[in-house]
Write a protein that binds this ligand. Structure first.
Ligand code: SAM
Length: 231
């Protein structure tokens, strides 16, 4: 893999491919319901969203959205300002196909969270949602770039919702190594501008039936937006 130095896949890829190609292949080669992270029940995220008290006009950015059904649910609940972004254009095409006309109600952006070109110019959001994305950034440089983007993108009094592999979680996913998180690690990454609102552990059952322990953590940004130094 060109931009990843360490790959613990049991079946190492024969040729060097970029992360974008890796994720595009994952989405092209599998139906949604065969993806090891695909959810039909997004209740844990919705329960956390309820604690924000945000209205349905709140601007919500779903990062590494892939083909998540959270978007279907939010549209059903009349949320009207959703931005979905992913490094894989194939994942967003699949999302579009599933949503049909409803897709016109959301904004789609293909970009890399660790090297953003478009995302660093979008209007700040009331809620940033990341399920199963941050944990793929195993290098500190990638994490720093991700958190720089997050901190410049979330409004004052806005929220951040993480759902990542917890410390008992798997050490890889989709053939890539992951960094597992505790709520203390997320608190440290976000810094003192963000207050933990709630967190819980959740066991996700993969389409294969295997279990994956996640940590869900919701934070509120309490301090003023500051200009962050670039990574
Ligand atoms: C395990 S999937 C989770 C997808 C979705 N959040 C969900 O819960 O169904 C990880 C997602 O992160 C995306 N991704 C990985 N690295 C990324 C990056 N550097 N920038 C943006 N998206 C990325 C992948 O394309 C993939 O859709």
């Amino acid at each position: 893999m060109k931009n990843k130095s360490n790959n613990c896949s049991p079946n190492p890829l024969k040729e060097e491919i970029t992360l974008k190609e890796h994720w595009n292949k994952a989405y092209s080669n599998n139906n949604n319901d065969k993806l090891g992270w695909f959810e039909t029940d997004v209740t844990p995220s919705l329960n956390m969203m309820e604690k924000t008290g945000l209205s349905t006009t709140a601007r919500i950015m779903i990062v590494g959205a892939g083909s998540t059904t959270l978007i279907d649910q939010l549209l059903k609940m009349s949320y009207s300002n959703i931005l979905a972004t992913d490094i894989s254009e194939i994942s967003l095409i699949k999302l579009k196909e599933r949503l049909g006309k409803e897709c016109n109600k959301i904004e789609l952006i293909v970009d890399d969270l660790t090297n953003p070109v478009v995302l660093n110019r979008v209007d700040p959001v009331h809620l940033w949602i990341d399920r199963a994305v941050l944990h793929f950034f195993t290098e500190e440089k990638e994490q720093n770039r991700y958190f720089t983007l997050l901190k410049q993108s979330v409004k004052q009094n806005g929220f951040v919702l993480f759902a990542e592999f917890n410390l008992e979680g798997a050490s890889s996913c989709s053939g890539l190594p992951v960094k597992r998180y505790s709520k203390e690690m997320l608190i440290e990454k976000l810094g003192s501008d963000f207050r933990l609102v709630d967190s819980f552990n959740h066991i996700y059952t993969m389409p294969s039936g295997n279990k994956r322990p996640y940590i869900y953590a919701l934070f509120k940004r309490e301090a003023e937006l500051t200009t962050m130094p670039s990574a």
